[in-house]
Design a protein around this ligand. Structure first.
Ligand code: SF4
Ligand code: SF4
Ligand code: FES
Length: 274
């Protein structure tokens, strides 16, 4: 295999020819933040948060920029950090910043980067906001474009992994938003409710519908026998959640009482109660 020698932050790194700077950095355990990047699924260089500085002072997006022999790269210079901070401020300027009540708060990649980069003035570039409406039409999820950063990870996973392709960018420029053809609600499309787009979304733009209250109401109703039916992947996921070996099928096991919470989170979107 042909290799390339370069330096990242003064550290000698050898990477396979054709690697990107990001891949070379990860080989050397050097952290570079990313937002739009999803390995082998979405490598489009859209968000520019992974910016790094070359020896000649040029800023390049590390997730798409190939390594070259003798290259010298710096990942944390003042110029790099300033650029990343401005990128986050610009994203936040067209964002519904309702972190206090957002279901993603605490595990939102945008929020985490804003915190990490010391973004104190989140409204620095505030101006007009792209109009958007929340889409509640699907049984399993909610789409809220006011929290979308147009990273297109959802588009790529739907198209390239699930081979469904029911979402994509509509309109152009400042009006661009992610949606279905002819702006139909997701529930009117051939979406298969796999939830992969929710799993890859870095923000609170895509979330599961929460049926927790319905579950507790059904459990409390003496006229009902509450049963749960799950898909195999969900049973395996539940097992992992409770520390069982990967792949354990939990259907024949008694789960602890706290599993009720997990059941409501994981199962109900595909298992209506009757
Ligand atoms: S998506 Fe992230 S940054 Fe936006 S409101 Fe939710 S937690 Fe806050
Ligand atoms: S909905 Fe989420 S994953 Fe899709 S483009 Fe917007 S922020 Fe990215
Ligand atoms: S992660 Fe590289 S441009 Fe988005």
């Amino acid at each position: 295999m042909e290799t390339i020698n370069l330096k990242i932050n003064g550290i000698a790194v050898t990477a396979p020819k054709g690697s990107t700077i990001l891949e070379a950095a990860r080989l050397a355990h050097i952290e570079i933040p990313t937002l739009c990047f999803l390995k082998e699924i979405n490598e489009i260089g859209a968000c520019r948060i992974c910016i790094v500085e070359l020896k000649n002072g040029k800023l390049v997006t590390s997730c798409v920029f190939p390594v070259e022999e003798g290259m010298e790269v710096f990942t944390n210079t003042p110029k790099v950090l300033d650029s990343r901070k401005k990128t986050i401020q610009l994203l936040l300027s067209n964002h519904n910043r309702s972190c206090l009540s957002c279901v993603r708060s605490g595990h939102c990649e945008l929020q985490e980067l804003a915190h990490e980069l010391g973004v104190e003035d989140e409204s620095y570039y505030d101006g007009e906001k792209t109009p958007s409406e929340v889409d509640y039409s699907a049984a399993h999820m909610i789409r809220d474009n006011s929290k979308c950063i147009l990273c297109r990870r959802c588009v790529a996973v739907c198209e390239n992994v699930q081979n469904i392709g029911v979402i994509g960018p509509n309109h152009r420029g400042f009006a661009t938003d992610i949606g279905s053809a002819f702006e139909m609600g997701l529930g009117e499309t051939s979406c298969v409710s796999c939830g992969q787009c929710i799993a890859v979304c870095p923000t609170g733009a895509l979330t599961e519908k929460d049926y927790t209250a319905d579950v507790f109401a059904a459990i409390a109703d003496p006229s009902k026998h509450v049963i749960v039916q799950t898909a195999p992947a969900v049973r395996a996921g539940l097992g992992e959640e409770f520390g069982l070996p990967i792949g354990t099928d939990v259907k024949a096991r008694w789960l602890p009482p706290c599993a009720v919470w997990a059941l409501t989170r994981y199962l109900i979107p595909t298992s209506p109660l009757t």
